[in-house]
Design a protein around this ligand. Structure first.
Ligand code: P6P
Length: 329
């Protein structure tokens, strides 16, 4: 491919965002500025993650976060970067993070031209010490004027206007949907820009691959145990990275099904609705897949009651999700 041909196909995340804004009637550019802030934050977090061992910022801080989990040093670094960069963008009304018990009010709550941003700053951070995949997950909704900050955040997933993740793996991937399909970008460290590599990505409709922590098998509800027995009798393979971003990214590209079922330790599952399940559900469904809590409830239909609430998760290729649901009925 000649340089000029390659140049023709060179779409950066920034130009993609502006192109998407241009196609939205009466767009004000506020969402574009927020997505641009997330892009800058992603580059800063990627730089910290890739230097973690050299800068001696691996390991635990020594306390627990609001989830009762040991907080990693990089959890705090990533959280601080996102809070700082987003707080500087005037279109942001409220920010809620896995690492903060309470939401952070940035602008006047009473402005429905602004947005609420919810995020898990470094999902799967326990993988860091062993150079495993980790990621940032974000969900964007319109601020609801006249409501308190918490009530403005507690909107069901189908109200999301945008969602995405950044995967800090063998390369740094930014995956985004603003409600008209899923697009994927790879960070080119040589120029410091995210370059578009997938447009309107569609998840493969099936793949004999499941992803869950089988260490919890004995405490799964019966239906999951029966599904696993069926899958293992029908040539399925197991893949599990221990970081939702890495596992769902693989499934978006290769197909299959990701699950975090209820267990004795986590009776409603471990994954958080607002900043893990909802944004990943929007991406998977925008890519033509399916995302459920159980055989009846789509993840994006759950009416939240708390910003840190947890839900069971089954998501991936529609045909593969349906095979799991059949055992749960
Ligand atoms: P387990 C990471 O801590 C996380 O929140 C998700 O990214 C991941 O899918 C899940 O927990 C892993 O949990 O219990 O299998 O270690």
């Amino acid at each position: 491919m000649s340089v000029s041909d390659r140049h023709k196909e060179t779409i950066t995340l920034q130009s993609h965002i502006l192109g998407s804004e241009a196609r939205q009637e009466n767009a004000t550019g506020t969402l574009s500025w927020i997505l641009s802030a997330l892009s800058i934050s992603a580059k800063m977090i990627a730089a910290s993650v890739r230097r973690a061992r050299l800068d001696d910022v691996l390991g635990e801080v020594g306390n627990e976060n609001v989830q009762g989990e040991a907080q990693q040093k990089l959890d705090v670094i990533a959280n601080d970067i996102l809070l700082r960069i987003l707080a500087a963008r005037e279109g942001v009304a409220i920010v809620a993070s896995e690492e903060n018990e309470e939401p952070v009010i940035i602008g006047e709550e009473d402005d429905d031209q602004k947005y609420c941003i919810l995020f898990d700053p470094l999902d799967g951070s326990s993988n860091l010490d062993v150079c495993g995949g980790v990621g940032t997950i974000f969900s964007i909704m319109r601020n609801r004027s006249g409501l308190s900050a918490k009530d403005s955040l507690l909107q069901p997933g189908f109200e999301q206007v945008a969602a995405g993740y950044i995967l800090y793996g063998s390369s740094t991937i930014f995956t985004l949907t603003v409600g008209d399909g899923v697009d994927m970008f790879v960070l080119d460290p040589a120029i410091g820009a995210f370059m578009r590599v997938e447009t309107n990505l569609k998840i493969p409709q099936s793949n004999k691959s499941y992803s869950l922590n089988e260490g919890n098998r004995l405490s799964f509800p019966e239906g999951y145990k029966n599904y696993l027995h069926w899958a293992q009798s029908n040539g399925y393979s197991a893949r599990y990275a221990g970081a939702m971003v890495a596992d769902v990214h693989r499934i978006l590209l290769k197909g299959g099904v990701f699950m975090y079922p209820p267990t004795v330790k986590a009776p409603v599952g471990k994954l958080r609705l607002m900043y893990e399940a909802n944004p990943m559900a929007m991406l998977v469904e925008q890519a033509g897949g399916k995302a459920m809590c159980d055989s009846q409830m789509p993840i994006q239909k759950v009416q939240p009651t708390d910003i840190h609430q947890r839900v069971p998760v089954i998501m991936g290729s529609t045909a593969e999700v349906d095979k799991v649901l059949k055992f749960l009925q």
